[in-house]
Design a protein around this ligand. Structure first.
Ligand code: SF4
Length: 280
């Protein structure tokens, strides 16, 4: 994955939205993490994380995304997003690149044996099942469209795209959302429910903010061509480092700890609770 100071993000080729001010800052180099003010450390610590800081740190923590080809078409994006939900992001990236290198195109994946395909999906919990799912989808696509690709979705309305995914079940809402965002200007960074707690902890939308408005807000703050990468990075972080279960979060090992308001808040809460319990 491209960082703000290195090569560009390998991603969608259909960026229609002009780059936002936050996007411009991506080009200008690393923005330092927010520092606690000496006058009011508590107030500073409660500030929400900066989105460009969040993206930069997550990219550094997941350099495997840099291995992706520079431009992904709609079908590439769908397969990558689906793989990333079946295995850790680094493994999903490796599997995706392996499929692109080992097979001439997605049509060759379709006509290859499930055994050949599953060899590249070893990191999934059920590699054979995943290989069969992908091959079945590609086969149905071929029978319907006489072509193995999803570019035809560019001319479809949102309800038509949703119907397509109803018919081809097995892909998540957020994966479908990535297609809607790309082909039909659906202005959100599509995220699974598990990512919402993470966004709340880093201060992107206070408690009570709807998932949709949080995702729209995030979309406004990143360049259009980075939507796929940011969605993948957030999902990975929410799964591996900052899951909804508070007992499983790893703040000390987190790449965002210097900019995230949550550890300071949690420490304050613990101290207050200890004070209450001791009766002071
Ligand atoms: S793991 Fe901790 S520091 Fe990292 S994002 Fe989650 S709450 Fe913030």
């Amino acid at each position: 994955m491209a960082t703000s100071s290195s090569k560009k993000t390998p991603s969608e080729s259909s960026g229609k939205k002009p780059r936002s001010p936050a996007a411009k800052s991506d080009k200008g180099g690393s923005r330092p993490p927010p520092k606690a003010s000496k006058a009011s450390p508590k107030a500073a610590a409660a500030k929400p994380i900066k989105v460009d800081y969040l993206v930069e740190k997550l990219e550094e923590a997941h350099p495997a995304l840099a291995e992706l080809p520079p431009a992904l078409d709609n079908l590439d994006m769908l397969v990558l997003a689906h793989l990333s939900q079946q295995m850790p992001l680094a493994e999903a990236t490796k599997a995706f690149v392996g499929l692109k290198v080992q097979f001439v195109d997605w049509n060759e994946v379709r006509i290859s044996t499930a055994g050949e395909v599953q060899e590249l999906l070893r990191s999934a919990a059920e590699p054979l099942e995943l290989a069969i799912f992908l091959k079945d989808f590609l086969q149905r696509l071929f029978l319907e469209q006489h072509h193995v690709g999803l570019e035809f979705l560019r001319t479809r309305t949102n309800p038509e795209i949703k119907n397509f995914f109803k018919k081809h079940s097995g892909f998540s809402e957020s994966t479908m959302g990535l297609i809607l965002e790309r082909v039909n200007d659906y202005p959100v960074v599509p995220l699974e429910g598990s990512a919402q707690t993470f966004l709340e902890r880093v201060g992107l939308g206070p408690p009570g903010t709807t998932a949709l408005s949080r995702q729209k807000d995030l979309h406004e703050k990143i360049p259009r061509e980075r939507v796929l990468a940011v969605a993948l990075l957030i999902h990975e972080h929410a799964r591996a480092t900052c899951p909804p279960d508070e007992g499983e979060i790893d703040c000390p090992g987190c790449a965002l700890k210097r900019g995230c308001p949550y550890p300071a808040k949690a420490t304050r809460r613990k101290k207050e609770s200890a004070r209450r319990n001791s009766g002071k």
